[in-house]
Design a protein around this ligand. Sequence first.
Ligand SMILES: [Zn+2]
Length: 254
Amino acid sequence: MAEDRPPIKDPVKRRVRQRCGFGCVICGSPLYTYEHMYDWAVTKSHAEEELTLLCNQHQQERTNKLLPREVVLQANKKPINVVTGVSEPYSFHFSGSECELVLGNNVFRSQGARLVPLLVGGEETLVFDFRRGNLLLSAQVRDRDGNVALLIEDNELLYATDSWDIEFVGRELTLRNAPRKLRFQASFEPPSRVVVSRLDLQYGDVHAFVDARGIHVRGPGQRTRDVSNVVMHGGFEYAIVLDSHMFKAGGMLL
Ligand SMILES: [Zn+2]
């Protein structure tokens, strides 16, 4: 009879992620599971120091005993992402002739033409582009100091491993600055859709953020702008342009 294993508690998982640099300790892949370095049947515990992160391939190798425990223990002491400071790239499988980007409760769609839902101060935070028959996603999320914390370049995802927490579960990626401080949360839905539920951007004295109620911009000074429940379909490259002169016909200039 299969015995019931209690789930690993969330704070324990988070501390294991932080210690392992948010990726498989051997190859750095952002697609990983929590692995007991010692046999669960023997230890019957989820002790934090006995857990590590392994990607599916390395976990399978471990199960099949192609990967010795000693190698995992060594990698756990020096996770590759902690050594390099950046995750191993992961390639998204976006494709097709149309795309959709959802920011909070605003929906932006395009067919065959480059789509930038939000342009703030000339910076393209999120882009769907069509090139040579491919649909390519690019994105960059900076931390408060202006350093790139998360980067997607032509469908290839990588992130700096000095963020407080990065969690990639199923199709949803969450990046936190600090406890309860969400900087970016998005669901990547190939072949052609990305839903951004949270985004937090600072451009000098302008604060732009996305939540369930839409896109909000605060500053400079007392200036307040909100975009909610907008659906835009094609005919523009930049959907919403803030504090920028790169305006093209069809978008909204705020
Ligand atoms: Zn691996």
